[in-house]
Write a new protein. Structure first.
Length: 175
């Protein structure tokens, strides 16, 4: 059972079934990223950082004071993206998502480190050298919109000790 506390900040990681890159290619990555952004807004989840890949995603978000829970939000995201992915591949009832993991972020350093982790995740997977160059994540947005001091603090955080389920190799050919 996933915990849910209104008005709290969470880091969430979702993974595809058997690590299959169902969201391979720019159009599918764009679709998944767009759905994450659209549903977060619709469900009043305030995204702080996000990154989507062919076989997994991460986001850090502030939960709404009331309303949509994390279970409802991820069920909606996974349900809509399964339908569209299976439609595009002409598959019926195929299992696309495995599950998701969440962690409530209660300490500022933990929050800042996880923001950095999500923004830098495409670099972690060897897809780009500079986080802002990966188009399906928030790093470019963060670079443009954050105050310089916050940007430097977050991007300067060491992320090697951040414990996140992220055993999802991503091949550049999947992008």
């Amino acid at each position: 059972m996933h915990r849910f506390t209104p008005g709290k900040t969470y880091m969430v990681t979702g993974a595809t079934y058997l690590k299959v890159p169902f969201f391979r290619g720019g159009d599918r990555l764009g679709y998944l990223c767009g759905m994450l952004l659209e549903l977060a807004e619709k469900c009043s989840w305030q995204l702080q950082a996000w990154a989507v890949f062919p076989n997994h995603y991460h986001f850090v978000a502030l939960s709404p004071p009331e309303g949509s829970t994390l279970v409802q939000f991820t069920r909606h995201l996974h349900g809509l993206t399964v339908i569209e992915t299976n439609r595009r591949d002409n598959k019926v009832g195929r299992h696309v998502w495995y599950q998701y993991w969440d962690k409530e972020l209660t300490f500022q350093r933990s929050y800042l480190a996880r923001l950095g982790y999500v923004h830098k995740n495409a670099v972690h997977h060897g897809l780009v050298r500079e986080p802002s160059l990966y188009p399906w994540c928030s790093a470019g947005w963060f670079l443009r919109e954050a105050e310089t001091s916050l940007y430097k603090t977050v991007m300067g955080m060491k992320i090697d000790q951040v414990q996140v389920a992220d055993d999802y190799p991503v091949a550049p050919s999947d992008i």
